[in-house]
Design a protein around this ligand. Structure first.
Ligand SMILES: *Cc1c(COP(=O)(O)O)cnc(C)c1O
Length: 354
């Protein structure tokens, strides 16, 4: 019954997040969470922040957190905008930088939230088909008429990284538009565009602590870009909710950003497990894309992806399947611990040899 729903949302098809099961214990390889816990220093900062200061609003400038993020990227705090998860930061970017009268370009196979935001904010998406090997074609992004460009690097759900030279071509071909680079998975082997922020005033890099830092439950993400662009994001935020990052999240996220050694050790474990798991699945006959993310994107020549999805679920393993053109015969498998990937391998072996 949508009688009282606004016209704006009546026909909306919202984003569908991956399942968070409550009924039984699964091996959860479906939402790209980190299998390892966050930095102990982040947890300690979280505990320290949980005191009577919670009666006060948090610092709307996120001063300490912005300083920690800026230091980690070799940028200045004026080039940093933190938010309540990078999904929120992306939503603010769509509102801050794009208008309905010019198209917003993104790939046909990418993070499905971009299409949801485009619809919700009344924008005009132009879908650019990925090549057959899921690589990003550059020319269609360089027509010069874009009102905005959104690129996930590495892309989701394919895991494929974008060449830095290609990104630079897209930035230079679109001086009239903001180019958003969503680096949710950059911590697992891609090359960040963070250093390009000083060179290109139309570049916004969006990052999250959800994947690499193992803090999906904390909800902290951020944008990097020219101070004028960050001011536009503050304008959007302060028209909706000035306090998007709570006091405890600011403290914990700052501590996580400062603990570079822990972060690098955990992400290195994930990438090593990923590369081993990819090899083993290839040996079972799977086609596995060259993923630079914390997930694998796989296809089996004989067994349908939906059958594998259901068979894995029966064996207590959750993975993600997208009922979408071009990729409905692929599964996206989050990289877990070595033990979890062993269980996945054994289940895949049984399902493909049946
Ligand atoms: C997970 C993900 C995000 C969202 O991350 P949050 O910071 O948890 O909101 C953004 N973009 C892509 C491509 C993702 O996969």
């Amino acid at each position: 019954m949508k009688k009282y729903w606004s016209a704006r949302i009546r026909d909306m098809v919202p984003y569908v997040p991956g399942e968070q099961p409550k009924d039984r214990v699964f091996i959860k390889l479906n939402t790209n969470e980190n299998p390892y816990p966050p930095s102990p220093k982040a947890l300690e900062a979280l505990r320290q922040a949980a005191d009577d200061r919670l009666r006060l609003y948090p610092d709307p400038e996120c001063t300490q957190l912005r300083a920690a993020i800026a230091a980690a990227h070799g940028l200045s705090p004026e080039q940093v905008f933190p938010g309540n998860g990078s999904d929120e930061v992306l939503a603010f970017c769509f509102q801050a930088f794009f208008d309905p009268d010019r198209p917003v370009l993104f790939a046909d196979i990418t993070y499905t939230f971009y299409a949801v935001y485009a619809e919700y904010f009344g924008l005009t998406p132009r879908l650019i088909p990925l090549a057959g090997d899921f690589s990003l074609p550059v020319d269609p992004f360089c027509a010069g008429d874009a009102g905005g460009v959104v690129v996930a690097n590495p892309n989701a759900p394919t895991g494929r990284a974008v060449d830095r030279a290609d990104l630079i071509r897209i930035l230079e071909a679109n001086p009239q538009a903001v180019v958003l680079v969503d680096e949710a998975y950059i911590d697992f082997g891609g090359v960040s565009a963070d250093a390009l922020v000083d060179r290109y005033e139309n570049l916004v890099v969006v990052r999250t602590l959800s994947k690499g830092h193992g803090l999906a439950g904390l909800r902290v993400g951020y944008a990097l870009g020219h101070p004028h662009l960050m001011a536009a994001l503050r304008c959007v935020r302060d028209s909706i909710n000035s306090y998007t990052v709570d006091r405890a999240a600011q403290a914990a996220a700052a501590a996580a950003m400062e603990d570079a050694a822990y972060f690098e050790a955990q992400t290195a474990k994930v990438t090593a497990t990923r590369d081993r798991a990819a090899e083993r699945l290839r040996a079972l006959g799977f086609a596995v894309t060259d993923s630079k993310a914390n997930f694998l994107f796989v296809h089996h020549p004989r067994v349908a992806a939906k059958a594998l999805l259901d068979g894995l679920r029966q064996r207590g393993i959750l993975v993600r399947w997208f009922d979408q053109p071009r990729i409905s015969d692929y599964l996206r498998i989050t990289v877990g611990t070595d033990e979890e990937m062993e269980a996945l391998y054994q289940a895949m072996k049984a399902l493909t040899e049946e």
